[in-house]
Design a protein around this ligand. Structure first.
Ligand SMILES: [Zn+2]
Ligand SMILES: [Zn+2]
Length: 422
């Protein structure tokens, strides 16, 4: 931390000198999004150092995964952190623009719908999870072919109970997946590797005629709506306050105040590296703290509780009770590789938990990350309780068998001793 303090002071000293009294007109040029040419809204900074509105960048990347300004390879994960400092600067200089953008976004969310082909089967897919499929039904072979030939390599995975009809999935949540690798066999079957991207809710479905039952659905993005509502309800300002209290560059009454060196970012959420071409203001924003690296207390507490329960779960199985192989497959080894961010952790746990598909669908459908974590804690607590009861039962059974064998052995010895005596 000491070294970080020094480097932060060295980098920001000239900035503080030049911008002791920043002029709004000087800032204006830096605060426009290069894509929509309006003031940045929900800004995200890419690894190449450029900042765009989150929605603008997401739309641009649907076409090509390159930074629109410098053409560097560029990806935007659903949990990519918002650049808090930039957002605060825009909020303080353009409050009216922000309000207008929120109402525009709300409207966009209602209007913006996607039409995607569906893989409707008895399975539940989660965002971030990998998926491997062998497609041999003619409707799914067509799905793979269309995804491979068309520009967008995405389709939806939706859970359909064995007895359910396709129409029954309307209103339920599904997961958008993006194909990462596709291979067609000479006889027309497909091997596909894909990755979960985000959730959607199904508005309507229809079977396309002449495709042997390939279903297309009109869907809308669940999490985009939730993000906007959370932002409007002001929890984003709470996370901003949290971020600035843990040490970030923040605009305070029009002057730049450097609180302290920022904390270390969470796994998978590294700060964007320096770029020779970025402006002083943009450089300052790179020093900020990612609000999601410091998730709100409840999410953190729920994650911790879930981790403890997972450890209990690994310890509660029969073999770990017997302490066999525990050095090889022990909990400490498995616990280490869990995802750090509450969002990813909640989806990872949802995929991992040995629960029914109905319960998994309930986890996918959970309105918020915290709600999902809460459900998982509940489910896992029940599982651990059941497992430890079962493995206790097994242990008693094992003990009883040992006792029976030992007593039989002694009875035999006693019988042969009696026979010798005669
Ligand atoms: Zn924009
Ligand atoms: Zn760039």
């Amino acid at each position: 931390m000491q070294a970080n303090d020094v480097s932060a002071a060295t980098t920001l000293a000239p900035l503080r000198r030049h911008h002791a009294e920043p002029q709004p007109q000087q800032l204006e040029a830096f605060l426009d999004c290069a894509l929509c040419l309006k003031a940045l809204f929900q800004p995200v900074t890419t690894t190449c150092g450029h900042s765009y509105c989150r929605n603008c960048l997401a739309s641009a990347l649907e076409y090509k995964k390159l930074c629109p300004l410098c053409r560097a390879p560029c990806f935007l994960a659903p949990d990519h952190p918002t650049n808090v400092t930039l957002q605060r600067i825009v909020e303080s200089f353009y409050p009216d623009v922000c309000k207008q953008r929120i109402s525009e976004l709300r409207q966009d969310c209602k209007d913006k719908k996607m039409r995607i082909p569906l893989f409707v089967e008895e399975m539940v897919q989660f965002p971030f999870a990998l998926l491997s499929l062998h497609l041999y039904e003619s409707r799914y072979k067509l799905l793979a072919q269309r995804c491979n030939e068309g520009g967008s390599r995405v389709f939806g995975v939706v859970y359909l109970p064995k007895t359910g009809s396709v129409q029954s999935v309307v209103g339920s949540a599904g997961c958008l997946v993006e194909i990462t690798l596709a291979h067609e066999t000479p006889d027309g079957r497909w091997y596909i590797h894909a990755k979960g991207v985000k959730r959607f809710r199904i508005e309507s479905v229809c079977e396309e005629p002449g495709t042997d039952g390939l279903v297309y659905a009109t869907v809308r993005d669940i999490d985009a709506e939730a993000d906007i509502e959370r932002m409007v309800s002001g929890s984003s300002s709470a996370s901003l306050a949290n971020a600035s209290s843990t040490g970030s560059t923040a605009v305070d009454g029009g002057t730049f105040a450097v609180a302290a060196a920022p904390g270390t970012p969470a796994l998978g959420q590294e700060r964007a590296p320096r770029n020779a071409g970025v402006s002083a203001v943009a450089e300052a924003t790179l020093m900020n703290v990612d609000p999601r690296a410091h998730p709100d207390a409840e999410a953190e507490m729920l994650c911790l509780r879930l981790r403890v329960l997972l450890e209990d779960y690994f310890n509660s199985t029969f073999w770990s009770r017997l302490n066999l192989f525990s050095a090889l497959i022990g909990p400490s080894r498995r616990i280490k590789s869990l995802p750090e961010s509450p969002l990813k952790f909640s989806y990872w746990a949802a995929g991992f938990l040995p629960v029914s598909l109905q319960q998994k669908q309930k986890l996918l459908d959970a309105p918020t990350v915290n709600e999902r974590l809460r459900l998982e804690v509940e489910m896992l607590r029940e599982i651990v309780h059941r497992e430890s009861r079962q493995s206790n039962g097994f242990l008693w059974l094992l003990l009883a068998i040992v006792v029976v064998f030992v007593s039989l052995y002694f009875m035999r010895i006693a019988a042969s001793a009696a026979a010798l005596g005669h």
